[in-house]
Ligand binder design. Structure first.
Ligand code: FAD
Ligand code: DHB
Length: 389
């Protein structure tokens, strides 16, 4: 088989890249390890930056998002004593969209089906070859049979545990990592949100986040030790803990109910450089991970896709290679800024076990500075709604 771009990974970055490339007349094959049902069952991000919203519209997958998503004008940050409103709209003129990653992925699968693009599920033992030759190749096993696709370029959209990053020789990679000593336990529940905007709460009992998907579906999180397992957390224990970590006015309005999903995600900051190795380009979680506190993971994958789709179209349609040559540097410039923001939000809003009283006062002072300074709130809002592509 032969195509122009083989895309490894059918998560949000792989599907969006395939969608944008096919719209521009570039042929792709997407290779995904899991079934479509499995990809769509993973509950992850919930907040889209406005640049993401606009790119999804441009890709032809904005209709359901515009009908069913919820634009938000701001968010709340709080500790036990103070509640600070960050007015995104007033400070930056921009909003964010509450629309789950699962919905984005479902819309992308629908659009790919409609265009008749090739998305192959259930592939195993994917290997990447000839990245420094005039034509690259990707091999995989499907139903016990080995296949080979030759192509001009390979997009590694296969997440943190994928094969693409590891195909770049170890001595040619620079990796930067910070692992945080806690995770987030998240639940989905068919109950009304405690508030009409998100609340990021740094309480004496640890961090909690009140988020949502719609007027009768909430996504709530609590900070938990890395040693905790999902089975340690009955619904009852979750609700008790969540309630004492959110501001009392919100707690008074809390409606509880059975959880329909419950999972724990560890928090990590990670970047692997470079993003290009010959004919291979890394995109999204394959190259970088942010802690979820700034709602940046999915959005950062989308900005990589934005840069790469432009670059691949220019290379394949007009023979212009400046875009692919500059992809790594251009994408990394934005990635590092999102790394900084996510790290800063994480540090400001979480208690770290064994920390000293100085660290606690720094968090207090940061929140008080945000309350008093419009400049500080504007800086946070500018990053949260998303830096320009
Ligand atoms: P992925 O979504 O990881 O997709 C990669 C795809 O590649 C997967 O479908 C996988 O099956 C496939 N794959 C892997 N290896 C291979 C292989 N060898 N061959 C073929 N296919 C392969 N971000 C937020 O902003 N907010 C959140 O609340 C949030 N929660 C998260 C919770 C969890 C548990 C995780 C893991 C991430 C979370 N994120 C969150 C981050 C966000 O979901 C990711 O940034 C986003 O999914 C990145 O998209 P991606 O397409 O690059 O990678
Ligand atoms: C959600 C997740 C986040 O990490 C975040 O910062 C905001 C919202 C969510 O799942 O809704």
């Amino acid at each position: 088989m032969k195509t122009e771009v083989v895309i490894i990974g059918g998560g949000p970055s792989g599907l969006l890249l395939s969608q944008l490339l096919n719209k521009a007349g570039v042929a792709t094959v997407v290779l995904e390890r899991s079934s479509r049902e499995h990809v769509l069952s993973r509950i992850r991000a919930g907040i889209l930056e406005w640049g993401t919203v606009e790119l999804l519209r441009e890709a032809g997958v904005g209709t359901r998002m515009d009908a069913e998503g919820y634009p938000h004008d701001g968010t709340y940050l709080t500790d036990a004593e103070l509640m600070v409103h960050i007015d995104f709209k007033g400070l930056t003129g921009k909003q964010v969209m509450v629309y789950g990653q699962t919905e984005v992925t479902q819309d992308l699968y629908g659009a790919q089906d409609a265009m008749g693009t090739q998305v192959i599920h259930g592939v195993e033992e994917v290997t990447i070859h000839d990245l420094d030759a005039s034509e690259a190749a990707v091999e995989y096993t499907l139903n016990g049979e080995r296949h080979r696709i030759s192509c001009a370029y390979v997009a590694g959209c296969d997440g943190f545990h994928g094969v693409s990053r590891k195909t770049i020789p170890e001595e040619k990679r620079r990796e930067f990592e910070r692992v945080y000593p806690f995770g987030w336990l998240g639940i989905l529940s068919r109950t009304p949100p405690v508030h009409d905007e998100l609340i990021y709460s740094n309480s004496p009992h640890g961090f909690a986040l009140a988020s949502m998907r719609n007027e009768n579906l909430v996504r709530y999180y609590v900070q938990v030790p890395l040693t905790d397992k999902v089975v340690d957390w009955s619904d009852e224990r979750f609700w008790t803990e969540f309630k004492r970590r959110i501001p009392s006015e919100a707690a008074a309005k809390l409606v509880t109910g059975p959880s329909i999903e419950k999972s724990i995600a560890p928090l990590r900051s990670f970047v692997s450089e470079p993003l290009r190795w010959g004919r291979l380009f890394l995109v999204g979680d394959a190259a970088h991970i942010v802690p979820p506190t700034g709602a940046k993971g999915l959005n950062l994958a989308v900005s990589d896709v934005y840069y790469l789709h432009e670059a691949l179209i220019a290379a394949l349609k007009s023979g212009q290679t400046a875009g692919i040559d500059g992809y790594s540097e251009r994408a990394l410039a934005r990635i590092w800024k999102a790394m900084r923001f996510s790290w800063q939000m994480t540090t400001m809003l979480h208690r770290f076990e064994g920390e000293d009283s100085f660290a606690e006062e720094m968090r207090r002072a940061t929140l008080r500075h945000l309350a008093d300074s419009e400049t500080a709130r504007k800086d946070l809002a500018e990053n949260y709604v998303g830096l320009p592509f």
